[in-house]
Write a protein that binds this ligand. Sequence first.
Ligand SMILES: [Zn+2]
Length: 343
Amino acid sequence: MKAVLFHQHGGPEVLEYTEFPTPQPQPGQVLIRLHAAALNRMDVMVRNGWPGLKLDLPHINGADGAGEVVTFGAGVTDFAIGDHVVINANIGCGECEFCIAGRDNMCLNWHLLGETIRGTYAQYVALPARQLYKLPKDFDYHRAAASALVYQTAWHSLTKRGGLQNGETVLIVGAGGGVNTASVQIANYIGARVIVVGSEPTKLDMAQSIGADILIDRSKEADWAKSVFIATNKRGVDVVVDNVGTTFMQSLRALRKGGRLLTVGNSGAPRFEIDNRYLFAKHLSIIGSTMSTLVDFKEVMDLIIAGRLAPILDKTFPLQEAGLAQERLWKNENFGKITLEIA
Ligand SMILES: [Zn+2]
């Protein structure tokens, strides 16, 4: 098959568009001919590498993908050849205490497609059947691929971990990223009031167009925690979605007493200081999570298929130009998801 892979970590120049053996489906697995993949910042982090990361090289990036079923291993009964599917990249073992309890994103032998195992920047991928969601035949592969990782991540964090309720106010730090745009839509769907802080007028306008109620331009209002405080009549927000990390102090200041800070990543930096006095004196919770469960994935994909949540698509590149696509993402030039067309 054709794939984009790398033999060593480094910049976009390490990516090669080349031949790689087509995977064969094992018992319980489905072989998918991919037509679209979607990018995540994690792809670039894995390509760059970090101390302690040990991959079976060459590695293939990509957590998100959609395509059609071409064949399957023994024991697969839920899928037929030609079915259109989208992939859930959160791979639990299905056997440990957490998987059995339905908490497969806490699996003891957890894998993330494209991070710990080879991913979707390729014509084919083989995965356990439970990782697949069947799409209507007329649903666009790119929209499906663009939805899977970010919507399940935001859905699990906001609704299951954060318990966001109708009528609450949520602050989302950052206007452009995939999880943030999904969070704006999900918060809006739940019936929460949504405040977005961002630095680019065009991205703030886009956030408003998908349901943000109040916009704060941090290039003009550097002390945006204060702006949030004023916008909430000095009460503070119930929930903050902060996937930047280095902004935690501002986020903690923006919360009401008893508020929750939700985090699923750190686009700013992984290490930063916080003032512990805010945590205890304001009764705050910092709640982390990653990805979601099989149940959450189905819940949120059902809403996407029904049109209740709609992924924002940025730009599509051919698979061969995955390096250019990653550069666009890494430089934050996108609003919404970048996808790859896999011919
Ligand atoms: Zn498990």
